[in-house]
Design a protein around this ligand. Structure first.
Ligand code: PEP
Length: 255
């Protein structure tokens, strides 16, 4: 950890992959190697699909640095919302984190900034830790709209944070053009974007914004993880494809 830096978080987004048995197998392989020491003082969060949360949480029960999170939820306590899942149900399975604003939910499932803001505030209010994802598409970047998009997404999501919830918020900067494409933001692009996000968070939250971890996500692999983790304002990584295999995820956690 850099002096004065935040404890780094390495998160795994398993998306819609793995049956229950497969998830349990990967989690067990990780568990064997993830003693406190091998996690290098890092915090690890695994986001399996709903059906695998209980199994993965069971494998890591009592682990001091590994938590389990939900990739999605509906922002209401309960009710007539067919097909949806509440945070109470997810907490009951062992989830303590929730992901909001992931680009696949924004761009494939049509989630708006307004819904992302509502979900972020609701999960924090319910006592969950939240990883809020933001990031620009290639067209937006090429149109010179990087700052505008990051401001819009961050300002709307942080506009109505519940009191005393800041310690449970993390932001993941994920350029949409780098997710699942094999293209990773270069150090200069990542540095610039992370500095912009830090400035926004400080503007919106004041000095308290210094303690909000900002993770990078987008085609992180074992061979680029260490370089990314060295950059200023990169307080961790959110990993999709390379987190599905226990060995490659372990290399990233220990990078
Ligand atoms: C993600 O799903 O958040 C992600 C960053 O995916 P990948 O690592 O596969 O680009």
């Amino acid at each position: 950890m850099k002096e004065g830096g935040l404890r780094k978080i390495v998160a795994a987004n398993w998306k819609m992959y793995k049956t229950r048995g497969e998830a349990e197998k990967t989690a067990s392989e990780l568990r064997v190697s993830m003693t406190e020491e091998t996690a290098g003082g890092r915090r690890v969060v695994i986001f399996p699909s709903f059906t695998n949360i209980a199994a993965v949480a069971g494998v890591f029960a009592g682990h001091p640095s590994v938590s389990v999170g939900a990739q999605n939820f509906y922002p209401a306590v309960e009710g007539a919302f067919t097909g949806e899942t509440s945070l109470n149900m997810l907490r009951d399975l062992g989830a303590t984190w929730a992901l909001t604003g992931h680009s696949e939910r924004r761009h494939i499932l049509g989630e708006t900034d307004e819904l992302v803001a509502r979900k972020t505030a609701f999960a924090l209010q319910e006592g969950f830790s939240v990883m809020l994802c933001i990031g620009e598409t290639l067209a937006q970047r090429e149109a010179g709209e990087l700052d505008k998009v990051l401001s819009r997404q961050t300002e709307s999501a942080l506009a109505a944070l519940p009191p005393d919830s800041l310690g449970r918020l993390a932001i993941a900067y994920e350029p949409v053009w780098a997710i699942g494409t094999g293209k990773v933001a270069g150090p200069t692009e990542a540095l610039e974007a992370h500095a912009a996000v830090r400035a926004l968070v400080l503007k919106l939250l004041g000095d308290a914004g210094r303690s909000v971890p900002i993770l990078y996500g987008g085609s992180v692999k074992p061979d680029n993880a260490a370089t990314l983790l060295e950059l200023d304002n990169v307080d961790g990584l959110l990993v999709g494809g390379a987190s599905l295999n226990s060995q490659s995820f372990l290399q990233i956690v220990n990078a």
